[in-house]
Design a protein around this ligand. Structure first.
Ligand code: HEM
Length: 222
């Protein structure tokens, strides 16, 4: 099956309410953010290095910071920022995002010994980027209302991107629809004893760690 990623992005753009006005705000903020591109990308990587579970992706096998790899990654992140400013809902951008997501979820042979970048750090990085962009705009733009509108536009755009970036991680396993409940079914969920069996099974699975999705093991910490 060939999946239509541009159509999916358009659907998500409608869903989050990303409009042409938002696009215009993102574009207009470009010069401000590009002037700060080095600072923004450095902040992201300084942040990674504070957390051992994220920093390990930038260390040499003997545990030193791999400055060459770090500089390459800063360069890639700046490229992503430029692409985001030039964002358009065409055929190219979703493919660029998909490829970028897969690089993180499915490590190359060279990086295989490190395993996947945990999905939670992809989500956390988007949150970090949203905060950093909003702070940069509030420092460099005069009109607070415009800062707010531009930050909202960026928040939406980054969530649209995150949906595609996580495609290499998320396997949707939808539960098929069942018949509607009858009057005799007491399944309002207010009493856990009355929860549908499926819900209890899923919860038990998650608590047992079967669906932990990379959550750190309690005994190891993280
Ligand atoms: C919003 C989140 C992120 C974005 C937009 C992003 C962006 C990028 C880009 C554009 C590349 C280059 C891809 C290519 O060569 O085609 C890259 C590679 C890489 N990123 Fe990220 N990144 C994100 C999060 C992270 C996180 C959280 C980590 C680790 C803690 C990470 C570690 C890496 C590594 C190790 C590579 C090199 C992959 C390889 O060459 O095998 N990234 N990233």
């Amino acid at each position: 099956m060939i999946f239509d990623w541009p159509a999916r992005m358009r659907q998500m753009a409608d869903f989050v309410g990303f409009t042409d006005d938002d696009l215009a705000l993102v574009r207009a903020s470009g010069p401000i953010l590009l002037a700060r591109a080095d600072e923004l990308t450095a902040a992201v990587y300084d942040h990674f290095l504070k957390f051992p579970a994220a920093a390990r992706f930038f260390l040499t096998p003997d545990g030193q910071i791999d400055q060459t790899r770090l500089d390459r990654r800063k360069h890639s992140l700046a490229r992503w920022l430029r692409h985001s400013i030039d964002f358009r809902l065409d055929e190219q951008f979703p493919v660029f995002l998909l490829a970028m997501g897969v690089v993180h979820s499915n490590p190359s042979l060279e990086r295989g010994y490190l395993g996947s970048v945990p999905a939670r750090f992809m989500i956390g990085t988007m949150s970090f980027a949203q905060t950093a962009i909003a702070s940069a705009l509030s420092q460099d733009m005069d009109d607070p209302e415009r800062v707010l509108q531009a930050s909202i536009a960026w928040n939406k755009l980054l969530m649209l991107q995150l949906d595609v970036l996580l495609a290499g991680y998320v396997t949707e396993t939808p539960t098929p629809a069942t018949l509607p409940p009858t009057a005799s079914d007491d399944t309002d969920g207010s009493d856990p004893e009355n929860e549908p069996l499926g819900m209890r099974r899923v919860l038990t699975n998650i608590l047992d760690g079967n669906h932990a999705n990379g959550a750190p093991n309690q005994s190891e910490g993280d």
